[in-house]
Design a protein around this ligand. Structure first.
Ligand code: FE2
Length: 169
């Protein structure tokens, strides 16, 4: 795992980026939310294993000078572009249709982030873990899709929007 460190900043991006693992759990059900936090731990462990004994030369080769100056080799949640993770990336509306649709989008965004990491990363040890995590996002998307279908079936079968019985009589 030590040889290929060029993409560490992208690995860090996954847990810390907008609508990624760290931004997903608050509006998920407890099971999925707990699993996402587990993913955060897995990605954090990968980053820690890749960075713990880097030399100054390897830090420069990996393009991690700016990160190193700010955080040394600590795992700090941030976007691939360097913006720190913020609670402002949480999206919770308190409406079952709005929140499940947000969950579906969050799973797809997480999946695309993993796709993009796999496009760039050539480290087989890392990629095996990333592929596993990517599969989980696909499964989550399926589950949220089923939840949205069940919710809409209970509201109005013929309406794509699905009425909110509290307001749409
Ligand atoms: Fe997920």
């Amino acid at each position: 795992m030590r040889a290929k460190r060029r993409f560490i900043s992208f690995y860090i991006s996954h847990p810390g980026g907008k609508e990624k693992e760290l931004s997903s759990p608050p509006h998920f059900d407890p099971d999925v939310g707990t699993e996402e936090l587990g993913h955060l731990e897995m990605v954090g462990s990968i980053v820690q294993q890749l960075t713990r004994d880097m030399t100054e030369e390897e830090i420069k080769k990996a393009g991690m000078e700016a990160y190193f100056v700010d955080h040394t080799a600590g795992v700090y949640p941030q976007f691939a572009s360097g913006t720190p993770w913020t609670a402002a990336t949480f999206a919770v509306k308190g409406d079952v249709i709005a929140d499940l649709t947000e969950d579906l989008a969050a799973e797809q965004k997480a999946r695309v982030t993993y796709d993009n990491i796999l496009r760039l990363s050539d480290d087989p040890d890392v990629n095996n873990v990333i592929r596993f995590l990517r599969e989980r996002e696909v499964v989550h998307f399926q589950r949220f899709g089923e939840a949205l279908r069940l919710a809409t079936e209970k509201m109005d079968k013929k309406n794509v929007y699905a009425i909110n019985p509290a307001f749409d009589k």
